[in-house]
Design a protein around this ligand. Sequence first.
Ligand SMILES: Cc1ncc(COP(=O)(O)O)c(C=O)c1O
Length: 382
Amino acid sequence: MTGSHGSYSMGDSTRCVRAIEGTATAGEPMLRGPVFAAPYHLGPEDEPQRDTYARGSHPGWRDLERALALLEGASGTRVVGSGMSAIAVVLRSLLHAGDTLVVPTDGYFQVRTLAADLAARSGIDVHEVPTTAFNSDALERIFESARGRVIVLVESPSNPALDVIDIRRLAARCGAAGAKLIVDNTTATPLGQQPLALGAHAVVASGTKSLSGHSDLLMGYVAASDDELLDAVERERLQAGTVLGPFETWLALRSLGSAGLRIERQCANAAAVAAMLVNRPQVRNVRYPGLVDDPAHEIARLQMRRYGSLVGLELGSADEVHRFIAGSELLVSATSFGGLHTTADRRARWGDQVPEGFVRLSCGIEDTDDILADIDQALGSL
Ligand SMILES: Cc1ncc(COP(=O)(O)O)c(C=O)c1O
């Protein structure tokens, strides 16, 4: 798939395979081996040194960061140990006492916990705004009353409800007010949307999900075309030590090469599953930004090239969800998402403000017909 949004030119699988190519030379392996804590001898003291210690820098990070920058359309990225770490380091880099932080009420719950801690300990003024309200004028009053810098952190599509924010419009409003917009691109991935091309100041993401895609590592990254911000993030990473381990770095780069294929299939499966669920009497509501009737579709189609691997569906009760998952052969109950397997998570069990019967499905790479048949028969058993 090639697309017209943002800076895409070749197809995504080609871009992913090429992005990880790096500097391999004849006779050397495609990917460098993991680099551990003290791999290199020091050079002379009067010469600049790098890669002396893997909390500061190592060649594996540079390969992965270059690949992610290509995919996000950023001048640079910094990889860290998890998606939460990416969010924490970027907020710590940008915010000082007296500044204002706006976060969604209905996004990934740990972000609100982090924001509450920043409010209590660091004197940051925190506002929570529902995702759909970012498309209205709800921010103007916050902009007007803010004393210092304003950072707006959003997720689109949001996890778990899959509401979508008009990133281009929000970026313009933030820009006009002197605020900075940061977009969490975890659920869409850079193959689904490029927030920087839409005007966001920075992207944060969990690479734990579809980008690495094998449910076997945690990683996060910050992407931006602002060298000062990237340097500040690097400093936070060095000081806090929230680093991506050498082996995870190697695995993530290896996995990125197949991201185009995997995400293509995941999104195709999600679209097929959503279309099927709409017609099932056991299902009260379906959310998928790619569905033409979904409340998020009008905005999603303007800024997304793919609508993601996540589908929201609502059954009648928590018990029905348990029976639905138990009645399926392929669905795995799991709280992460974006992996090879199709998984299901009843989000109310974690305290998300969704109905008791709401399930977040993460579509995997299985054959579409198999997933459809399996979900169909699991619903039939309710
Ligand atoms: C939208 C979103 N952002 C950030 C994170 C945090 O990522 P990680 O678990 O890699 O720290 C998650 C985790 O589920 C997420 O869903």
